[in-house]
Design a protein around this ligand. Structure first.
Ligand code: AMP
Ligand code: MG
Length: 425
């Protein structure tokens, strides 16, 4: 039996960061930037106004106050997107809108609220004067050229995971596309004579195939592209046939057929068509795990696709996916942080560890106010059988009960891998 860490290391050894692709920036959300991005422009491109107000010369506001305004002659108006054709000379001002380039001669903007604009408007004053009600410091309300981004600067480094704000920065630089690490295609095959597709009527002794759907949803959630191969029957021939269509994928994931039953044949397929690494992993649920490489000759060249054989029980397949498939997908995507977020929580139930494996117990984590901080509490979601998929549906975390331990008692502190890291937590 090998440890979770050792199994993970072996899986990660098989996969590499994928090659980059150039695509529209909006399609790049969550992907990893594959090149350094430098700016070829200044942002803002010109000195401009941060407020609606009057562009003027600071020295023309000297000693201005509400009691004794300084009156300036308004010589024009400029809106965002336009360049003023007028210039600000001593004793004059230009009405200016937020984002409009500062007119020649102006060095400061006084916002409407610090002028007599409103009272003039309401009294229907038609003169071209404006009263300035405060002394302004030079540069007030001016956004300077290049203060956000200067031409030539390194703005985004290769390796950055693109969030909405980075997509916005790319747009502000005028990029319509970006070079990002390609998303892995993950082919998914369910195995078992008992399985029926969700669009078929259920007959006696059969069950609906749920693993295809949980696995495909997890692949999408973590940034991969699922390719569903369907249901393979419990024969080497059926599996080999179905897996054929998975050879253009970056990874194959099967579920079922890896335990010690008579029909557990994923390892036979791997032995016949590839290189097999079959292990029992020191974890519960999810002890049996097959891993290897499927091989095929294509155009005189050998094609190799890593193959992860997850156990069939719905909870085991999800938990092993989280521990092994998720980090492999993240590595292929070029991500550096492969571990799930973890917290420490007080467990609200006893959990007995009967055979010393690492237990991943399904828990609901709730935050509680404690002093100045927050304390997390984790309680089991109910029966923990590896076939009870609703125990995953109720959970937002997996409490990790260490291997080699006898278990934990209510009130003990445990580490919890968060399945969801919701904003409420
Ligand atoms: P196996 O690993 O093939 O021995 O399967 C273990 C258990 O998981 C059995 O009870 C199977 O019926 C169940 N199982 C296997 N594959 C699926 C699947 N795709 N969807 C739901 N349950 C499954
Ligand atoms: Mg089976």
């Amino acid at each position: 039996m090998i440890s979770v860490e050792e199994a993970l290391e072996r899986v990660l050894d098989y996969v590499d960061v994928l090659e980059p692709e150039q695509k529209p920036i909006l399609d790049c959300l969550g992907q990893v930037l594959a090149e350094d991005v430098y700016s070829t422009i200044d942002i803002p491109s010109l000195d401009n106004s941060a407020m609606d107000g009057y562009a003027l010369r600071a020295e023309d506001t000297r000693e201005a106050s509400e009691a004794s305004p300084r009156y300036l002659v308004v010589v024009g108006e400029v809106a965002a997107g336009y360049i003023s054709t007028k210039e600000v000379r001593p004793g004059t001002a230009i009405r200016i809108m937020t984002g409009a380039p500062l007119p020649e001669g102006a060095d400061t903007v006084v916002q409407f609220e610090a002028t007599d604009e409103v009272s003039r408007k309401s009294s229907g004053d038609g003169s071209s004067q404006i009263g300035i009600l405060c002394q302004a410091k030079k540069g007030l309300n001016v956004r300077y050229r290049g203060e956000d981004i200067a031409r030539g600067d390194l703005i985004l480094k290769a390796g950055k995971v693109l969030r909405p704000q980075e997509i916005g920065v790319l747009a502000s630089l005028g990029h319509s596309t970006a070079l990002v690490v390609r998303r892995p295609v993950v082919a998914i095959l369910a195995t078992g004579d008992e399985l029926i597709g969700v669009d078929q009527p259920l007959t006696q002794g059969k069950i609906y195939d749920s693993n295809t759907y949980t696995i495909a949803a997890e692949v999408s959630r973590y940034g991969g592209i699922p390719k569903i191969l369907g249901i393979g029957r419990d024969s080497v021939q059926s599996l080999i046939e179905k897996l054929e269509e998975g050879f253009d994928a970056d990874m194959l994931i099967t579920s079922g057929g890896v335990s010690k039953g008579d029909y557990d044949i994923v390892k036979d397929v791997l032995a016949e068509r590839g290189e097999i690494g079959f292990w029992t992993v020191c974890m519960k649920p999810g002890k049996p795990l097959a891993f290897g490489v499927m091989k095929k000759m294509e155009g005189g060249k050998e094609k190799r696709v890593p193959h992860l054989g997850l156990p069939g029980n719905p909870v085991s397949s999800m938990i092993t996916f989280e521990q092994f498939a998720r980090p492999a997908i993240l590595k292929m995507l070029g991500k550096k942080v492969l571990a799930k977020p973890t917290i420490r929580a007080i467990i609200e139930n006893d959990v007995v560890n009967t055979d010393g494996r690492r237990i991943f117990a399904r828990v609901t984590v709730t935050p509680m106010k404690s002093g100045d901080g927050v304390q997390y509490r984790a309680s089991l979601t109910g029966p923990q059988g590896s076939g009870i998929l609703t125990s995953m549906a109720k959970a937002n975390g997996l409490a990790v009960i260490p291997e080699g331990s006898k278990g934990v008692k209510k009130g003990d502190i445990v580490e919890v891998q968060m399945l969801d890291w919701s904003e409420e937590l």
